[in-house]
Each structure stands twice: as structure tokens, then as C-alpha cells.
Ligand binder design. Sequence first.
Ligand code: ZN
Length: 286
Amino acid sequence: MSTKKQRALMQLGHYTDSLRCPICQQVLQLTETGVTCANRHTVDVARQGYLHLAGTVAKSRYTKELFTARQTLLQETAFFEPLIEEISEWIAKEAKDSPRIVDMGCGEGTHLAGIVNRLSGSQGIGIDLSKEGIQLATNHSAEVVWLVADLAKSPLQEASVDVVLNILSPANHQEFRRILKPGGLVVKVIPNAAYLHELRSFFYAGTDKETFENEEAQNRFTNELEFVGSSSVSYQKELDDKQWRDLIGMTPLTWNADEKKVEEFLAQNVSSITIDLTILIGRAKG
Ligand SMILES: [Zn+2]
């Protein structure tokens, strides 16, 4: 048995009280090799150390290469460190001690692993429908179980987590409400107007994609939750040519840009990229 698989099996034991069968919604129990429910739906931990709790998974635009490039770029440049730091501070201040945190759409896991490693006693559940992302997420050393699963119908029990992370992805407030404990927190991150401004102003000059409009997401958030607070996180990161290429390749807005356009952009020698985000903190209405 691989070391990653063994480690995942040991960790899983701490999380079975949050998990449910994706097929019949019964509680899941630990077996020697994975989990099973009362109706004997059984899933083994994969060799890389994650659980596959979804049906057939459609191939996504995010390939293994893209996720690998993303993970490398994020690590090399500490791309989201100030964001991760700020989110961790909010959770330390507003959530209960030793919170169980789920990242709904964790991708290759950098945000969740960074947050869990900053908050002593915390536990993480990383969920994404992309198997390629989850396989890479298992590279992080953190108290986290990684699940390939459906975000709209997650394999989590009612009222079983303290914090939901919803970072730069669409919200499913109904599902967040279902899985959060009373008084639990939602941490939502949305882009501000200047987010990735250098790429937008070049690839989308004059179109509605040149800046971000986030008012709607913000209004929806304050309607669905008891608003706790918000903060802006804005900074720049210097990138070299390879890192620019990786960023362009991993960003949905630019990943279809043709090579000629990418070369034109690189020829401009833009030195750094703007990261400009808002963190929204809300509490489940009791
Ligand atoms: Zn079942």
C-alpha cells in the first residue's frame, strides 16, 4: 500500500462523521481500504491518497498539465499568500476553535492546505469534481482529506462543518446552508475590478471582460447570510516569462488566446500582475 494511501486512510477516520454516501446518503464507515455505507456502497482510497465519491466525471478543460503549472506557479511566487493569510485571520477570529473547514472547489488544494496549516487544530475537507486537481492536491502536507465529488450534491452530512470556503468560484448557497453547523461561516472570495488587470487590459481591451463586476455576487451573499465583515486584499506579484505563460494557460479568461497574441503580450515585458480581491465573511442564519 502506498504511503499516501496509508496516510489518507488514517486521516479519514477523523472525518467519517462528516461524510455520507454519494449514492444513498447513508453515513459512511471506515473499512480497511476505504469507506462503506449500510447499503454496501463501497469506495477504496485511491493510490494517490484521495476518495472518489462522484459518479462518472466529465473531462474538464483543466488537464493535469494545467493543474501542475498552476501548483508550481502558486508555490514559486507565493501567489495567493496574502489572501491565504487574511482568510486564516478571519477564521481564527470568527469561527470556533479547531474548525473543520471545507473548500468547495479546491482545485489543486493550495488555498485549503495553506489555511489549515496556519490554524492549529483545524481540519480540512477539499472537494472538487476534477480528479486531476484532487490528485495533485494530495501532494500538500496538511490535515486534509481530499474528495473527488459533486459540489451541488456533496457527500457531506447536514450540519457537519464549521467553515465553507468559496474562493473565486460560483456559490451554491443552498448546499452551503445544508452542510454548515448552526452559526458556521462562509468565506467567499470575489475578484475586484483590477484583478489580473494586466492580462485583461491586453487580451480584453474594450470588452466587458476588461474589468470585473462583482456587485451581484456581493448582494446575493448579504441576502443569503448574516453579514459579518469583509476585507480587500490587493497586491502585485512579479513574474518571469515562464510564469506569465503558466498564468495565461491556467486563467479561464486567457486560456484560449492564440500563441501569436501571447507572444505579443510577452514582448511588452510587463513585470508584475495585480491581484485584487474582496473577502466576504458571512454566518449561517440560525
Ligand atoms: Zn450508500
